[in-house]
Write a protein that binds this ligand. Structure first.
Ligand code: HPA
Length: 270
């Protein structure tokens, strides 16, 4: 099924829906899905081409409804390149969002921080990224594939996020997110490399989605929930259990920030 057909299928579930904003929930942010009012939930299983997400900590459904008065599509659960080695795992969902009329994509993730002062529980606004994996547009045809990545993380949306953070009293760090494919965590040497190269956080998602979204003409906002300091920065080993635990602990504050951001986007566009 192509994106237009999928968009039509989704409209059969929610005929009146006309969302302009979509939200991808990363690890630990599943609770944000509970803030969706009047929700229609569609399991990815019913959407051909959507990922069969197998990572614990991720649900796997598309929801339509409102958060803070803002009509949204929420993608609860994402696929990662490390699952099957395909950087285009999220191509169908993102093309479907565009076909639904979505204009703004908010991507969230859990990430490791490279700055001691930005510890577990912190929120970081992504200002730019460094990709250490294959480009998801490889094999795509047409001149549109030569996507500019200058201001890929929309400056106006970044301003909205800063104002929202100030309004809810959250210290919002800012920085460059470096994508490692995973699924093993980085080595301490890789973390030192990432710091030298100008990264502020590392993670295993989001970057392919940003590239796909920019190709689809969507404006992007990226937010990281810091769950740990990078490998080798504390002397302790990293674990997925710790990532999930810290993401769940910090998820509430990040959720509050997201609600405030959505309210402000609605205000600005209505
Ligand atoms: N590295 C990569 N991905 C992550 C990390 C990390 O330290 N923490 C949460 N996701």
């Amino acid at each position: 099924m192509d994106a237009l057909q999928l968009a039509r299928l989704i409209r059969e579930w929610a005929p009146d829906a006309a969302p302009k904003v979509a939200l991808v929930l990363g690890s630990g942010l599943g609770d944000v899905a509970r803030a969706v009012e009047g929700a229609e939930a569609i399991p990815y299983l019913d959407l051909p081409g959507f990922p069969r997400s197998g990572v614990s900590g991720h649900a796997g459904e598309l929801m339509l409804g409102r958060i803070a008065g803002c009509e949204v599509v929420v993608l609860s659960g994402r696929a990662h390149m490390y699952e099957h080695g395909n950087p285009r795992e999220m191509a169908v969902p993102i093309a479907t969002l565009a076909a639904l009329g979505v204009e703004t994509l908010i991507l969230t993730n859990a990430a490791g921080s490279l700055r001691e002062s930005v510890g577990p529980g912190s929120a970081m606004l992504i200002t730019d990224h460094i990709a250490l994996g294959p480009n998801p547009l490889i094999g795509v045809e047409g001149d549109e594939r030569f996507v500019s990545m200058v201001d890929a993380y929309d400056p106006a949306l970044r301003d909205v996020a800063r104002q929202a953070a100030a309004a809810v009293g959250i210290d919002l760090a800012e920085g460059v997110y470096m994508w490692f494919t995973g699924p093993s965590f980085e080595t301490p040497a890789e973390i030192r490399m990432a710091r030298v190269l100008g990264a502020d956080a590392v993670g295993m998602s989001t970057v392919p989605e940003v590239i796909l979204a920019r190709h689809a003409g969507l404006r992007v906002l990226g937010l990281s929930l810091i769950t740990n300091l990078g490998a080798g920065m504390t002397g302790r080993a990293l674990s997925h259990a710790e990532t999930k635990h810290e993401a769940a602990r910090g998820g509430g504050r990040m959720g509050a920030l997201l609600v405030e951001i959505l309210g402000r986007i609605t205000e600005a566009t209505s």
